[in-house]
Write a protein that binds this ligand. Structure first.
Ligand code: URA
Length: 297
């Protein structure tokens, strides 16, 4: 799929979302919030649901939680327009309450289709409702800062998922904020790990096609075309999937550091395991919405 095709497909889903009446959340919305970002990015951030400001503007993470997310991204040299940002539910839950399971289920096909189109290497979950879609059964106090393969039922073909606290939780607790910066610092390594995994899995079929010694067949393509492949991927935008050939994968592999530090290790500094979950809150810190201040989940 080319980038233009991907953009068009995402826009078609966004149009459906803006008209959606699959659950009760449409009744209270000002604007649905389908998500936004780079159509060819390798990284998708998934929050929980729009808050007050997002509902007014129809854009994800534009309140205080969004400002903090932008700071988190900046701490590793990334910008929000280089990634794709969306939510588990696309309409604001009243008073920023938690989305109900049936609301999440009604919205799930949209997220799944967005991920099928985006085909990211890495998903970063923000908060426990988002994490629950990709790491069922995990506890955020233990899973934050860790990475694991994403299940194909989520819509991704071959991706890793990295869990973070919701930025609104970091706004409420300096300890969670510190841990969130720590976690964000691990995201680039998680992306390297995801890229390496994808490259290995995509190179494998080429090896079997080339290696049987006795079978006549087409000329091997892997080595012969390395020198003529398009420029390697820059930033977080990958080459169009339709044009990624084995030669491109070889270039990508060659550019990886020899032994990137694993992002999957647990690390010290978890918040006290007192059972309380300090996360969540869709836009709950946006000062212009007084109800946000009361519903901190
Ligand atoms: N919180 C979320 O989870 N999503 C948004 O878009 C904004 C705040």
């Amino acid at each position: 799929m080319t980038e233009a095709e991907r953009r068009a497909a995402l826009e078609a889903i966004a149009t459906e979302i803006r008209d959606c009446r699959r659950c009760r959340l449409h009744e209270g919305r000002t604007k649905a919030v389908p998500g936004e970002g780079h159509a060819s990015t390798e990284v998708v951030f998934v929050g929980e649901g729009p808050g007050f400001n997002e509902d007014r503007l129809g854009r994800p993470f534009v309140g205080r939680a969004g400002d903090l997310l932008v700071k988190h991204l900046g701490s590793v040299g990334w910008r929000r327009d280089e990634v794709f940002i969306t939510n588990v539910v696309k309409c604001r839950p009243p008073e920023n309450r938690d989305p109900e399971p049936d609301e999440i289920a009604a919205c799930a096909p949209y997220l799944k289709r967005q991920l099928e189109i985006l085909d990211p290497a890495l998903i970063v979950t923000l908060g426990r409702h988002s994490m629950a879609r990709f790491m069922p059964g995990a506890r955020i106090s233990q899973a934050h800062g860790t990475v694991r393969p994403a299940q194909p039922e989520t819509g991704v073909a071959d991706a890793m998922v990295f869990a973070m606290y919701h930025p609104a939780a970091a706004l409420r607790s300096t300890e969670v904020e510190r841990q969130s910066y720590d976690d964000m610092g691990r995201v680039p390594n998680a992306l390297e790990e995801a890229r390496r995994r994808r490259a290995e899995r995509r190179v494998a079929p080429a090896t079997t096609a080339i290696s049987p010694p006795l079978l006549p067949g087409p000329e091997p393509v892997g080595v012969a075309t390395v020198g003529t492949s398009p420029a390697p991927v820059s930033g977080l935008a990958r080459a169009d999937a339709g044009r990624v050939e084995r030669a491109d994968v070889a270039v990508a592999v060659a550019n990886l550091p020899a032994e990137p530090e694993s992002a999957s290790a647990n690390h010290p500094g978890d918040i006290p395991a007192d059972g309380a979950d300090p996360t969540n809150a869709a836009g709950s810190q946006d000062p212009i919405d007084p109800s946000d201040q009361q519903t901190l989940f």
